[in-house]
Design a protein. Structure first.
Length: 328
């Protein structure tokens, strides 16, 4: 892949999941010019997994052959654990095909351009700094809240990786040592208390405790409490449902405690929240900010903006591209 002297440079951003790969062409302003989704083969050996990634990159290149010659880098968001310095995917639970696999080097062999890899939250954090809600800020804390909670920290335009590359696991900060055990094995992580499944469980518990109480949530679940999802809670809240509001305000409370800890630790310039749950929580951002003084030593905590991320479902593509981008 080569480029003409006056043509705008493009980056291919790749977002690898357990069942699918999303890839897109991204320009220097962070605009995703085109994108595609292809299946990921995660249980058939390292070669098959690599072939799936190559197929996705080829597919996005073929979607606009004229742009292919302008690609100067490929950035990949992959589930971890991984080593962003060496480009090695170590042992991600939902990608059993790769164990200590040099993904960056293998992809670079095929395309002859620089390849960078990192986890999706780190990439998304950098994308927000390059092109989104974090632009112009020096210290940025980013959280994506969906089925889990992932976070990324950016200092001076660079992702903070820590000594081994494993820093930034803010979703596994415990705020209750007696709390429910998270999938990571620790008790009371913010992920087990405030991610999408936790919101659904909180709603299910309230509906079970007060069986005669009417709620739009139950209507959306066709009367089956076990089928309640966080998306239903968000929809019901938008419709003025009191039980849904209670659930989300309880979620706001634990998120406020967590973000208060983050503020006291980092004193960031901005807090940015993305992911599927962020959409339903966005109207409650002021509620979170109003509670921060209760959970912060920092007396100026309310000066820190709490913003919704620019990138939604395409955060992995933008994040991958950001890994190969230049600071503005």
């Amino acid at each position: 892949m080569t480029q003409g002297p006056t043509e705008e440079r493009l980056i291919i951003g790749v977002d690898i999941g357990g069942t699918k790969i999303a890839a897109g062409m991204v320009d220097s302003k962070g605009e995703i010019k085109c994108q595609t989704r292809t299946p990921m083969v995660s249980d058939d050996g390292a070669g098959a997994g690599l072939a799936a990634v190559i197929s996705a990159i080829d597919a996005i290149s073929a979607s606009d052959p004229q742009k292919r010659s302008r690609v100067h880098g490929i950035g990949i968001c992959s589930p971890g654990p991984l080593d962003p310095k060496t480009g090695v995917v170590v042992n991600p639970p939902n990608l059993p095909c790769w164990r200590n696999f040099p993904l960056a080097a293998e992809v670079a062999k095929v395309y002859g351009v620089p390849v960078q890899i990192d986890n999706d939250a780190n990439g998304a954090a950098l994308a927000e700094v390059r092109w989104g809600a974090g632009r112009g800020h020096g210290t940025v804390f980013y959280a994506t809240i969906g089925t889990g909670i992932g976070t990324g920290i950016v200092f001076g335009g660079r992702i903070y990786h820590g000594r081994t590359g494993a820093a930034g696991e803010g979703g596994h900060m415990s705020i209750d040592y007696r709390g429910p055990r998270c999938g990571c094995g620790k008790p009371g992580c913010i992920e087990i208390l405030a991610a999408g499944p936790a919101i659904a469980k909180r709603a299910q518990a309230k509906l079970s405790e007060t069986p005669g109480r009417h709620s739009i949530i139950l209507d959306l679940a066709n009367g089956n409490i076990a089928d309640v999802t966080s998306e239903m809670v968000g929809e019901a809240n938008a419709g003025g449902d009191n039980l849904a509001k209670e659930v989300l305000l309880e979620t706001v409370e634990v998120l406020s405690l967590w973000l208060g800890n983050v503020v006291d630790l980092l004193d960031p310039d901005v807090l940015i929240v993305g992911g599927g749950v962020a959409a339903m929580l966005c109207p409650l951002f002021e509620e979170i900010r109003s509670r921060l003084p209760k959970y912060c030593v920092n007396s100026r905590c309310q000066e820190i903006p709490l913003l919704r991320a620019r990138y939604g479902a395409d955060a992995g593509i933008a994040g991958g591209a950001a890994l190969c981008s230049e600071p503005a």
